[in-house]
Every structure is written in C-alpha cells, then in structure tokens.
Design a binder for this molecule. Sequence first.
Ligand code: 3AT
Ligand code: MN
Ligand code: MN
Length: 549
Amino acid sequence: GEKPAHLGVTAPIALNGPTPKELEVTESLLAELTKQGSFESEEEAKLREVVLSKVNSLVKDFVYKATLARGLSESIAATSGGKIFSFGSYRLGVHGPGADIDTLCVVPKHVQREDFFSIFEAMLRERNDVEEVACVPEAYVPVINTKFMGIKIDFLFARLALARIEDNLVLHDSNLLKNLDERDVRSLGGSRVTDEILRLVPNVEVFRMSLRCIKLWAQRRAIYSNVMGFLGGVAWAMLVARICQLYPNEAAGAIVSRFFIIYYQWKWPQPVLLKNIEEGPLPVRVWNPKLYPQDRLHRMPIITPAYPSMCATHNVSQSTQMIMTQEFKRGAEIVDRIMVGSANWSELFTGHDFFHKYKYYLQVVASSGSADLQLKWSGTVESKVRQLIMKLEQVPTLMCAHPYIKGFDQKSICYNDSEVRLVATGNVPEEVAKRTEVEDLPKEGLGADEAKEKDIEAKQIEQEEGHRTIWTTTFYIGLCVEPRPANVAGQRRLDISFPTTQFTQLVKQWDGYDESSMGISVRHIKWSHLPEYVFGGEPRGSKQAVKRD
Ligand code: 3AT
Ligand code: MN
Ligand code: MN
C-alpha cells in the first residue's frame, strides 16, 4: 500500500521546524545531558559492540550444540542458525554508562527452553570473560542475568516455530507468534515493542535526545518505577514517541517543552497510542476498555504498539497519577523559563524532596534471616506496595499516599530476640545501629550467587560469635492528610489500621512465605523520626526550613 502521510493515530499538530531559540536550547540540553553523565564513553560503546558480536557467535554455537544434543544431524545443526535481538535502553539508544544490554536469543523449534537453562548456561559459565551467571527460569519472563567482559547482559529466550533462524529474520510479523509457548510470546514482546517504537517515530535522533532528557528528569524526580505505580522505561519512551509524532520536524528542546505541556493537560483516561490497536492471530486479550471492565480501570493508559497490545501502566493509582501530574506541571513551568532564557536545564533535573515533603510517613519493613531469602521476600513485598497504596486511598482523610520508588536495604547484627524484633519493626536501637550497614541486595536476579555467598559469610560469623544477621528492606510512603477544618477542634484522627492489616495479610499469602524466618511490619512515623540514611548523607535540615504537606 501507500505510505501514510504521517505516523500516529492523528495528523501532526504542527509541521514546522525549530526556531533559532529552540535550536539553541536543544544545544544547551545536549550539553547538560553530557554534564549529567547521560552518555557512556566511546570505549564503553566499542566494548559493547565487541560483546554483542561475541554473544551473537555464542548463541549460534549454542543452537548448533543443542541441535546435535537433540539427536539431529550435523548438517541440520550447521544450518539451524540462531540470532540475537537487543531491546531495552540499549536498543533505543538511550542507555547510560553501565547499563545492561537486554538481549533476546531466538532459536529454531527443535531447541528447547531447557537447553537454554542447561547448555547455554554451561557455555556462559565456562568462559573466562563471563562472571555472575544467574538463572531465573521460573520468572514471568524467564531470564539469565550475567556480566560479559564487564557489561551486564539480560538474556531472554524465544523458540520460534521455524526449522531454521536466518540472519535476516525480523520479528515484525505477528504470524510468527502462532503456536508458541506463552513465555516465548512474552519474551518476544520486549523486542517487538522497542522496534515498533523506533519505526513509529519520525526522527530517531530527536526522539533519543528527548527521551534521555525525560528519563533523567523522571529518575531525579523519583517517578521512574513501574512497580511502584509510576512509569517504567517503556512507558516513558512511548510518551515521548507520541510527542515526536505530533511535532515531526521539531528539535529535542521543543519536544521536551511540548511533552510537559501536553501531558499536564492530557484528558486521562484517554489512552496514549502510537498507532491503531491491531487484532492478531492469537487467542489472547488485546487492550480494549470497551470489552474488558478491567481495562477501564487504567487511569493513565499508555498502550504498547506491537501485537498483542497491552497497557504498560496498569499500576498507576490515584496518588501516583496526581504526583506525576504535578511533576508535568513543574516541568512545563521550568521549560517555559528555559525557553525565555531565565532558567537552565539543570533546574529541571534537580532532585526530588520526597523525604522533606510530608509530616507523616508509613514505613514498611520486610525482614528475613538470609540475603538469599531477602532478595525474594523484599521483591514480593515491593510488588504489593501499590496494593497498599490503593487501600490507603480509600481512607477518607488521606488525600494522597505517595510511595518512594525504591526500598532501602540494610543488614544488622543482632545479639538477642528483642533486638531482632526491634530491627524488624524499623526501631533500630542505637547499639544495633552501630552494627547495621547499608547493604544493597543484588537486584533483579543478578547476583543470586552473590546473595548465597553473603549468607555463607554471615553463617560463619554467627557460628563463631552467636550473633544473628537480620536483613531488612524498608519502603516509605508519604502521607498527605486532609487539613483539619478550622471550626473543628482536636486532632484529626487518621486510622490506617484496616489497610495495613489487609496488606500484611496479603503479603503473607505468598507461596514462599515462612513465618519463622520472615517478617513484615507497617507503622507510621513522624518526619522527625525518619532515619538518617534516607537523606543520603545530606544534612536533613531543620523542621522550619522545609515545607511539608
Ligand atoms: P536500563 O538502561 O537498563 O536501566 P531499560 O529500559 O533497558 O533501562 P530494563 O533493562 O530493566 O530497562 O528492562 C528492559 C526491558 O525488559 C523493559 C521490559 O520490556 C523488560 N522487562 C524489564 N523488567 C521486566 C520484568 N520484571 N518482567 C518482564 N519484563 C521486564
Ligand atoms: Mn536495560
Ligand atoms: Mn534489563
């Protein structure tokens, strides 16, 4: 058919190119992004290419070996092929120094998923240039996390219903998804979405620079987290891509400016779409609020462009939507001033003030007796925090329950049960604080081995000295309470016992929950009782100096 006149579900808003002023702010944006460390070095970029070419041969080699191991002939093995596709921030071209390379390994039909977690895993482990091989075969999207010549790689696996995987294979055709295992369909999704986003933006370079700016801003403002009900990398990318479609000839500085104005005023729950939602060959659901009541609950729907289209933002709650809207407004105001020359880009990237903002905070502590357990237990609790947020939103006097985007990991040496109890409820006594250290748990599977090593180390100390090591991960939720009406005397009571009890019951329903080795505690504390570590070494400031809601 004929190429459409424009990309996107509507015609562009404007076709003009940048004004001299817009070009100038785009240049200063590039300078600021560079200064803020958004770009990797040339050496690192070259190293990534070397790594990718080695990984590509390794995957072909894996297909060859797995084909022979399945009893097929040497000639079939030699022509079975195999191909890698990158996705995530590296594929989009917006990755920072030290970012991982998300890599999908595509194999022919006779190579099985078990082969990936045995033969391929062994091939990784036997290499001298590979460290930290961690398999997570039971995950929703099964993955091997590793480090190849110092570059982190997440390996996904997809087996297609094809006899051989040619070098020129592309994953665009939805018919490729027919007759596949659900896990293969999900694993292909990340790559198909990333490629589709790139196909749907009019100018990839402009898109990249704009997205770098938005990612940095969202990270600094603590609104970059899909799990906690904000947006993750894919959703931010789609938001930026839509603005690029609406202003196809604009420069990055102008795209960022329109981004804030448009999303501040966006009529949610009107969805953000990069193209019309397609039907396809699978018996799976495609996002459709007319058909599915569940999809009508999405407050800020941002829909992935590759079949089967899904909502990338189903975790957004009333509170997180409110916070993001405030941030869009702040962004619009600052960029307005940048455009007239009365502010610099650095102001946009100023850090959040989450730990200065509220009078009361909820402190959620997940605790356990081993690093390995803590990795899973804290992940489970983290994934349920948004359920707590939604329950808190039902409390009449609570206007907003604002989750912080990450938990704080610590490790405490305890001498007795009473100390253990105090640590597990967030009341770390002064003596125990001296025996407590910040201990970042290896996130996202990478370093499950590392966690086991830590456990062995802790067990040795315990046996020698009779101590117990307690791992804790603490999450914070800022509480915004309705101001007491002037004519009503006395304290406004805030009763959150119901949502917190429901939450602790919910997390304890987890399959792996074990009462004797895991703890969960929720309590509310005043701002002045926040522990020092949340301020990240900065002075916490005086009570008067901060504005709190
Ligand atoms: P970084 O530069 O790596 O921080 P990114 O956007 O590449 O940013 P990730 O590597 O975490 O972020 O994720 C890349 C993609 O992998 C995004 C999403 O499609 C998929 N993905 C990430 N985490 C999960 C998960 N827990 N389950 C399913 N898919 C995931
Ligand atoms: Mn990544
Ligand atoms: Mn990754």
